[in-house]
Design a protein around this ligand. Structure first.
Ligand code: CP
Ligand code: NVA
Length: 311
């Protein structure tokens, strides 16, 4: 039987061992190049001669730059495509685009409005496809988040992570990861903004310790890690309703004081200071957000190596 390409579409599709191997590789590659110039290649150049195409249907700073620099560090090259500048923007199907890019590059990363488009692209692709964020999930972000938590607090297993705010794409990928790395996840969202019920149900059925409720204070009490994200994600059209629903889920100093002493604050960024998080928390001593942003590079590299069979 011919094995298909190794896609990185959601953490839920990987084994525990694969997720652990990706995070460990990210830690190791970061440790091996401390204070190096940022575009200098790693000693082994494992993706020498390889090319990555990135397709963006939505804005990006971190994902774009971390993949581009990550490919340089791995010895490969990347091409960035704004979806609207390609024939996708004029109606060429995702499947035909996938067939063509499969003949031209070694892997494709897509940031898409609809998760189904990424699944359809992957189905038609002969090369690995990476989910660079969809309306459903953001798995690349969570690899960097796990790495950051481990840098600050040690092994993530057994830690309690509180998610406050919107049950969005980043929250969903945390749910997927909880089942793989044995951390406790306490999610608090307004009732209308809970994550998709099937994600938490599937994680719990697989043995994950995940709770979903509406009580922000109960979720944060004693937590080792506090995470939030924007209340209005790219593509959300109900901004006014959201701005009315979320204020009691904001992460401020009083909320952080309820978490464990030494608790770490994470945010995938971009942050909306004064909305989901205060300046004092973003810029305070418990904030790991800049490490988290840097770790996108190391996480992306490990994901690419896994996809291309180098892990
Ligand atoms: N966190 C994240 O994915 O950031 P960008 O939208 O800037 O890529
Ligand atoms: N939830 C946010 C994440 C941005 C990186 C969004 O989808 O816009």
């Amino acid at each position: 039987m011919i094995e298909g390409p190794r896609h990185f579409l959601d953490i839920s599709a990987l084994s525990r061992e694969e997720v652990r191997a990706i995070v460990d590789e990210a830690h190791a590659r970061k440790a091996a190049r401390i204070d190096w110039p940022k575009a200098a290649p790693d000693e082994d150049k494992p993706l020498d001669g390889h090319a990555l195409a990135m397709i963006f249907q939505k804005n990006s700073t971190r994902t774009r730059v971390s993949f581009e620099i990550g490919m340089l560090q791995l010895g490969g090259q990347s091409i960035v495509l704004n979806a609207n500048d390609t024939q996708l923007g004029r109606g060429e199907t995702v499947q035909d685009t996938a067939r063509v890019l499969s003949r031209m590059v070694d892997a494709v990363m897509i940031r898409a409005n609809n998760h189904q488009d990424v699944l359809d692209f992957a189905e038609a692709s002969d090369v690995p496809v990476i989910n660079g964020l969809t309306d459903l999930s953001h798995p690349c972000q969570i690899i960097a988040d796990i790495m950051t938590i481990e840098e600050w607090l040690g092994d993530i297993s057994g830690k309690t992570i509180a998610w406050l705010g919107d049950g969005n794409n980043v929250c969903t990928s945390f749910i997927h990861a909880a089942e793989k790395l044995d951390f406790k996840l306490r999610i608090a969202t307004p009732a209308n903004y809970a994550p998709r019920a099937q994600e938490a149900a599937a994680a719990k059925a697989a043995g994950a310790d995940v709770s979903v409720g509406t009580d922000a204070q109960a979720a944060i009490d004693g937590a080792d890690v506090v995470v939030t994200d924007t209340w209005v994600s790219m593509g959300d059209t109900d901004k006014d309703a959201r701005m009315a629903a979320f204020p009691s889920y904001a992460v401020n100093d009083d909320m952080m004081a309820r978490a464990a002493s030494g608790a770490v604050f994470l945010h995938c960024l971009p942050a909306h200071r004064g909305e989901e998080v205060t300046n004092s928390v973003m810029d305070g001593p418990q904030s790991a957000v800049w490490d988290e942003a840097e770790n996108r590079i190391h996480a992306q590299k490990a994901v690419l190596l896994w996809c291309l069979g180098k892990l």
